[in-house]
Design a protein. Structure first.
Length: 627
């Protein structure tokens, strides 16, 4: 009883510290290593679940058809793993063990949860042991690419904790020793600054959240047996994590795009959720400014056909994020649970964290502007696969995983993506994250739906540029955003603005560029598409076709502008390194203007429903300053 009272008093003291800290700096106070270890629940399981939680989950599964179907799905995956060979130490690209680490992690969650949900069927435990035994014998978990180490440590931590009472003493020794030798000890060297591969400790990108989160899982799993080592690592991780979590301010967005938002927030949530279950508190980290609204970002970035606005190095597939269930409950945002329920391809964390919303979620606004990241999305409707959707960005060319894509956009309508972002290329291309990054087509401005000024061998936008959305407006019948892109083209222009708007009662998109060049300039306008492109003989409008659906694209000004169509390949004046993606099946609609000093270029996009033959309603053209 005395110990319990002391535990509660310490939690209360820490809570009061959080309140005081938030009132001044809006950040949590970092607990000492001694405080951390004094709060530890020394029973198992304590990572994401507590004793009795698996029993409670089985009861929820029995009562909920959705959870029953998800549980059956996960068991079928577990049954397939039973016959698969254990993972091997494989670094196919000479750098990453990551595919192996992720396979071990996926198998661990799948087998461990199925073991508990199916009456402790020994087949699943024994197959999990075969996986762990093989990975424990690896010479290392590839700390030179520390994501690999963190994800493997995460896997071993879950296996150790969730089946703690089901392992033999000898098996626990093997798992615990691997966590320490291959996971915690290399991480401690990183936190102490004793190794070159520990750069992630001070970075603000997704590596921070993934590495800190994965390693914290390992430390929490064995903290009662290795208290000094574990508490030192947890403490160091909590000192590092704010560097990344500050990036959620002010409104939860990710400068690395929706794909890396998923990766970063998944580990951020796992980290905080495990602190809660193992220590009884996350020390106020969930109160970081913007974190409570992080789910709004991925919902807004997802278009009506479940494709994201995939800026940076991400793919355009729907984000399926079980952490949204956790966030829905933590922050009382039922729309997060509703979104994930629609998109889930069920994982064990979906099964564990899902709760039916206690009330119907409110639909988000049709349009969203994320400050700092400087990205806007607009749409004509929710819950309509034919809806018009636009993603538009300014942003920071220096950001992690950034492309030279300031001013780029994507466009969905009639259930199709007409203007697309090609996404990243092969990370193993020479110096992809180094000196050759801006030589690759998909990362250059000409590989995006953007303006190129005076193309050549040099980067097609200033790699240090940061551009802001200077105007954003949303009403029931229209919306607009204007970006000041001058910094992107500062070597060539005095001023460059791009505006995009949903017009004609949100039935069409107007894209307008205004450029004042320092001297007569060569200017290209690009839009990438997989649609078939037919250009009218006048060259002033084009019809894009995808199946029976059409998108009409009209040049409204200047009078001398004409459309052409090209392959999605570098211009003759651009670098063209070997090995990059050939972008098969993608064309680009282009406008090329020469000797330009003052440019006002306006293009209208109008989806054509059914057999519509009427000409599009052309909006009144105004300078962007009058929008």
């Amino acid at each position: 009883m005395v110990a319990l009272i002391q535990h509660v008093c310490l939690l209360l003291a820490i809570t009061l510290m959080h309140v005081s800290a938030r009132s001044v700096v809006a950040e949590p106070s970092i607990p000492t290593a001694e405080q951390i270890i004094s709060l530890l629940h020394d029973d198992h399981p304590r990572l994401l679940v507590r004793p009795g939680d698996f029993d409670a989950l089985r009861e929820r599964i029995d009562a909920d058809p959705t959870l029953r179907s998800w549980c059956d799905h996960i068991q079928r995956r577990a049954d397939k793993i039973l016959d698969a060979e254990p993972s091997k130490y494989e670094i196919p690209d000479g750098k990453r063990l990551l595919a192996t680490s992720r396979r071990v992690l996926d198998r661990t969650y799948t087998l461990a949860l199925t073991y508990h949900m199916r009456g402790r069927d020994a087949r699943y435990r024994d197959r999990l042991w075969a996986e762990l035994e093989a990975a424990a014998k690896f010479k290392d978990w590839n700390p030179s690419h520390f994501l690999d180490t963190a994800e493997m440590t995460h896997a071993f931590a879950i296996a150790y904790d969730w089946l703690y009472d089901d392992w033999t003493d000898a098996q626990r020794d093997v798992i615990r020793s691997a966590i320490i030798t291959h996971g915690l000890e290399p991480s401690l060297r990183c936190y102490q600054g004793k190794t070159r591969y520990g750069w992630w400790v001070k970075t603000s990108n997704n590596w921070n959240q993934v590495c800190n989160g994965g390693i914290a899982m390992g430390a929490l799993a064995i903290a009662d047996e290795q208290p000094e080592l574990a508490s030192a690592i947890i403490h160091a991780g909590l000192r590092s994590l704010p560097i990344a979590m500050r990036r959620f301010a002010p409104d939860g967005a990710s400068i690395e795009g929706p794909g890396y938002w998923h990766y970063a927030t998944s580990y951020n949530v796992i980290h905080l959720a495990a602190l809660d279950t193992a220590l009884g508190t996350d020390f106020g980290f969930s109160d970081f400014t913007g974190f409570d609204h992080a789910g709004d970002f991925v919902i807004a970035m997802t278009g009506p056909i479940e494709r994201t606005f995939n800026f940076a190095d991400g793919g355009s597939g729907a984000v399926r994020a079980p952490q949204l269930f956790w966030m829905a409950k933590k922050f009382d945002h039922p729309r997060y649970a509703s979104y994930q329920l629609q998109h889930a391809q069920p994982t064990p964390l979906d099964l564990m964290w899902y709760r039916k919303p206690e009330r119907d979620p409110q639909q988000p606004p049709l349009d969203a502007y994320f400050r700092g990241v400087e990205v806007v999305t607009m749409r004509s409707a929710w819950d309509d696969t034919d809806a018009l959707f636009v993603g538009f960005k300014a942003g920071d060319n220096k950001a992690s995983h950034a492309h030279l894509d300031l001013g780029s956009f994507v466009l969905d309508a009639l259930g199709k993506r007409w203007a697309l972002d090609l996404g990243g290329d092969n990370y193993n291309l020479p110096a992809y994250f180094g000196s050759k990054r801006w030589t690759y087509y998909r990362l250059r401005t000409e590989g995006h739906n953007a303006i190129v000024v005076n193309p050549g061998q040099q980067p097609s936008q200033d790699p240090t540029a940061h551009a802001k959305i200077i105007t954003f407006r949303s009403t029931d019948m229209s919306s607009l955003a204007i970006a000041d892109l001058t910094s992107a083209y500062r070597a060539h222009v005095k001023r460059a603005h791009r505006g995009i708007a949903l017009v004609n009662d949100r039935a069409a998109v107007l894209l307008q560029d205004e450029i004042e060049a320092k001297k007569p300039a060569d200017i290209w306008w690009f839009m990438h598409t997989k649609a078939a492109v037919e250009i009218d003989e006048t060259g002033t409008y084009a019809i894009l076709r995808a199946g029976d659906d059409r998108l009409r694209v009209d040049i409204l000004q200047p009078e001398n502008a004409r459309f052409t169509v090209m392959d999605a390949r570098p211009l003759p004046t651009s670098p063209n390194p070997d090995g990059q993606n050939g972008n098969a099946g993608v064309r680009k609609l282009t406008i090329h203007l020469t000797d330009v000093e003052q440019l006002k270029l306006a293009v209208l996009f109008t989806p054509l429903r059914n057999d519509a033959t009427e000409l599009p309603r052309k909006p009144e053209l105004k300078p962007l300053s009058e929008w």
